[in-house]
Design a protein around this ligand. Structure first.
Ligand code: NAD
Length: 499
């Protein structure tokens, strides 16, 4: 008999009422380790109403006091780094070093949120005319929703939620149903940090819970991270209900390797960015674009043995390079795409299908896989595989490489490896991609800059964290104020100007 994880409301876990549940698997063994309550629309409404009441006092609280809570939370997450990493390992499957990296990226945003008194400052003009002072103030929105994916269950709730609550909002996290343990621990830590009950809430579930947030009249903003199909729906449905929506979605990230690149450095970068977290990162490199036949051959020759040497393993195996995928369906999908690549004529240098490990025979493992001679019309090139599969494109020119990057439907991240500054500059100017790395394979910006993609990798015009997050999680109010000591203008019916 396994436990059922409930929702988080009122500073504690509460049981689900809908009667609907889902399974939480251990991806390394395939075993069900717990059940998860799925919220009905009525349960989501109950959480939103509770959050709405709590937000009034929180939004009115002195901003440095809100910063102090973020500071306590930052310290608690540092203290619980290992516990969070263990939870990530058990439910998501990622290795401990990878999980610790994720937690650190969440801490970075908490540290940024501690600067909220400075970040949320408005603008002021003294005497814009007739002794009137003009003040622009950033105010919280109320209750905001954060719909988060399975692949970063600590980092992404913190990226959204830390900034949302620092700005004075209440936050309702519809966490991924695959790995809800870490989001639940985060909620407990917020309570311990002194965040008032009702300001950080977690609801679990599927489309029903998401739709309840998208349609709720008391939720004015939704931040979403997940796949493009769902993200586009969330964006359109939320906008239809007059909400402010930002949706960060799927990706296919290229790494262009110029003939003058340091080939050892490029190979290291491709191994780390292509296979870390088993390729289940929105910023994973999944396409290598060597420029010219000689570069392609040199790259494939060096890369193939390195990819072959990567080992699968559970999260707590210090030798493991490649963690299991999140579900059995994900494993079957990725293996199906590998088969499709072979059918379509790509060269399979390393085949990760059928990977097993003693004691973990039912785990969702796919071994590291490398294709070469991949063409742009192949499914393995067009689709986000979200697994440990790297494609080396057929030899191209620099112009082909730029065209390829720009023609792809996704635009999250891209990298170029070169020793030539002119080429790097030309490339960064010409690619329509949100985050660009020059000799940096995973160009995820730090918390104090903005994060976000382009094209069908993002819907909505604001970015994640950085200064843009303040814009997303607040609304602007402008106040024109006059304290006349002796002005007597009489009634004016013409439109007021400062003449
Ligand atoms: P997903 O789209 O399946 O799920 C994301 C969230 O949406 C979850 O909370 C899920 O419960 C909910 N959801 C799923 N199906 C739904 C439906 N039909 N209607 C309403 N809600 C639904 O994504 P995932 O598999 O959890 O995460 C992987 C995806 O997220 C990849 O495509 C990856 O590239 C993307 N991602 C993007 C970024 C980014 O910043 N661009 C970051 C991380 C992950």
């Amino acid at each position: 008999m396994v436990d059922t994880v409930g929702h988080y409301m009122g500073g504690k876990q509460i049981p689900g009422e809908s009667g609907r549940t889902g399974d939480i698997f251990n991806p390394a063994t395939g075993e069900v380790q717990a059940k998860l309550a799925y919220a009905s629309a009525a349960e989501v409404d109950k959480v939103v109403q509770y959050a709405k009441e709590a937000q009034v006092a929180w939004g009115a609280m002195a901003v440095p006091k809100r910063a102090a809570v973020c500071f306590s939370m930052r310290n608690l997450v540092v203290e619980h780094k290992q516990a969070l990493a263990e939870l990530l390992g058990k439910e998501h499957g990622k290795t401990i070093p990878d999980a610790l990296g994720e937690v650190q990226r969440g801490i970075d945003v908490l540290e940024f949120a501690c600067g909220i008194p400075h970040l949320i400052k408005g603008d002021f003009n003294s005497n814009i005319g007739g002794d009137i002072d003009l003040i622009s103030i950033r105010e919280p929105l109320g209750v905001v929703g954060g719909i988060t994916p399975f692949n970063f269950p600590v980092m992404i709730p913190l990226w959204m939620g830390a900034m949302a609550v620092a700005c004075g909002n209440a936050f309702v996290n519809k966490a991924s149903e695959r790995d809800p343990g870490a989001p639940m621990l985060l909620a407990e830590l917020w309570t311990k940090a002194g965040l008032p009950d009702g300001i950080w809430n977690v609801v679990h579930g599927d489309k029903e819970a998401v739709d309840a947030l998208l349609h709720h009249p008391d939720v004015p903003a939704i931040s979403f991270v997940g796949s493009t199909g769902v993200g586009e729906y969330v964006y359109q449905e939320g906008c239809k209900h007059n909400k402010r929506v930002q949706s960060f979605c799927g990706a296919k990230n290229h790494m262009v390797v110029m003939p003058d690149a340091d080939m050892d450095q490029a190979v290291d970068a491709l191994v780390g960015a292509g296979f870390g977290s088993a390729g289940e990162r929105c910023m994973a490199i999944s396409v290598a674009v060597p420029v010219g036949e000689g570069t392609a051959k040199a790259l494939a020759d060096k890369l193939t043995p390195r990819v072959q040497a990567l080992t699968i393993g559970p999260y707590n195996d210090p030798q493991a390079d490649i963690n299991p995928l999140i579900t059995r369906q994900a494993k079957e999908r990725v293996e199906g795409l590998i088969a499709r690549g072979v059918e379509e004529g790509a060269t399979l240098n390393v085949d990760g299908r059928g990977a097993t490990m003693q004691g973990y025979e039912d785990g969702y493992f796919v071994g590291s896989t490398l294709f070469s001679n991949v063409k742009t019309d192949m499914e393995i090139y067009k689709t986000e595989i979200f697994g440990p599969v790297l494609s080396i494109m057929a030899p191209s020119t620099y112009e082909d490489a730029v065209g390829m990057v720009n023609d792809h439907e996704y635009g999250n991240g891209v990298a170029i490896f070169t020793r030539d500054g002119d080429t790097a500059r030309d490339f960064t100017n010409r690619v329509d991609i949100g985050m660009v790395g020059v000799n940096v394979p995973i160009p995820v910006p730090m918390a104090f800059h903005n994060f976000g993609g382009s094209k069908r990798s993002k819907f909505g015009d604001t970015q994640m964290h950085g200064p843009e997050s303040i814009r997303f999680f607040t609304k602007m109010k402008t106040v024109s104020a006059r304290w006349p000591s002796g002005i007597k203008e009489g009634a004016q019916l013409a439109f007021p100007t400062n003449d």
